[in-house]
Write a protein that binds this ligand. Sequence first.
Ligand SMILES: [Zn+2]
Length: 486
Amino acid sequence: MTDVLVGLEPSLVWKHFGALAAIPRSSKHEDAVTRYVQAFAHTHSVSIKTDRVGNLLLSVPASPGHEEAPSLCMQGHLDMVCEKNADVKHDFMKDPILLERDGDVIHAKGTTLGADNGLGVAAMLALIEDKTLVHGPLEFLMTIDEESGLTGAKNLDGTLVQSRILLNLDSEEEGALYVGCSGGRDTLAKWDLSVEDLPEKMQAFKITVKGLRGGHSGLDIDKQRGNAIKILNRFLLEAEKLGMRLGSIEGGNKRNAIPREAAAYGYIPNPKWALAQEKFHEFKTKVQQEFKSSDPGLDAEWEGEGIKKGKVFKRTLQKRLIRLLDAIPHGVIKMSHEIPGLVQTSTNFGVLNTGRKQITISTSQRSSVPSELDYANHSIASLLHLAGGEVEHSTGYPGWNPNLQSQALALVSKTHEQLFHRKPDVKAIHAGLECGIIGEKYPGIDMVSFGPTIVGAHSPDEHVQVQSVEKFWMLLREVITSYAAN
Ligand SMILES: [Zn+2]
């Protein structure tokens, strides 16, 4: 074990975490860590299966006398996000993660730590090795490639797991139990670009909306941040009244991110030029005022010098597009009535592009309720259709609809309260988790997710609180013991 971890409890968990940290395991490169787990299974005479894509399932028979207890499946992912600070030399394909300790905190030297989900995997190996644990039949599912598209879960063999209860060990907040996540599907549309020559006596301008916070299309969708495309278009709607003709417009660059920047080129009739600039400044003041606390960096810029003239959108297309951009919803559609603060359904208007021949729009909808995801998808599709777009949906991924009557939730919750004299928070997140996909492969499986406190996952700031790992371990062990007594 690396010196940094010596003396930490639970020592079995930290031993395996230290070993995993030394094994490069970026997403889609899980061979080495797979060999480590296979060797471990061999040493401990544990049966191990693998499916077509490389997910692993280890099975451990019950302690004598507990064969009739319900079978439990623990689950986590083998891969980790590989990010480093610019000044750090690190090759994630071959270098071990260097661990450092600061009091109660473990972090890595300028790189991601891989506590997400290395601690989940380490805890599973520790459970197998823990000879004092009394348990029913146990399974340990270790998926590949969670972090770059959930492809392990998506391709998971639906006959691999036998348990009807699954404990996912990949959440990052000790004291919270996660019981739901959103599913998602994108809605995309395109239009043929029809252009014509620029009318006489017009002057070119470019406007840019920038400085917005943006963020994740699910986790940040309830933060009331500005959508650069929607904001920019508000000026275009104004400018159109002055005879503005549109040359191009684009904004955003990812379907799953809130657009931070957008820009448009257009033309104003010469006599209206000064008025248009005046309108622009009014517009800028107005929107900066609206977003002054939720998105204080919002800035808009007008350029009128040295801009090359080109073609303009045909008038009917321009009218239709600007009105569509005005009407496309963006943000929260519905909050959960059961879980306080949970966004249940939302839509993100992520990308707008004007190419040489086409205009394309990408939006993405999320919901933890499958029928609401369908509804959000087709209502956005209807709007895009009405505007003459050719519409299609991506394949998407399923959500995990919170079940507050879940027996597993009740048991884990009660155990947490008995151990720590505090009711855990019951939460769900408005983003995709493996549980959503696994739940679809095993209909009716009862799932709960919990883990230690990991801060800054997916960034070189990632760190974990040692004490929370101890509590996580106590809870996990105690839950397994409780089921064994069932
Ligand atoms: Zn994770």
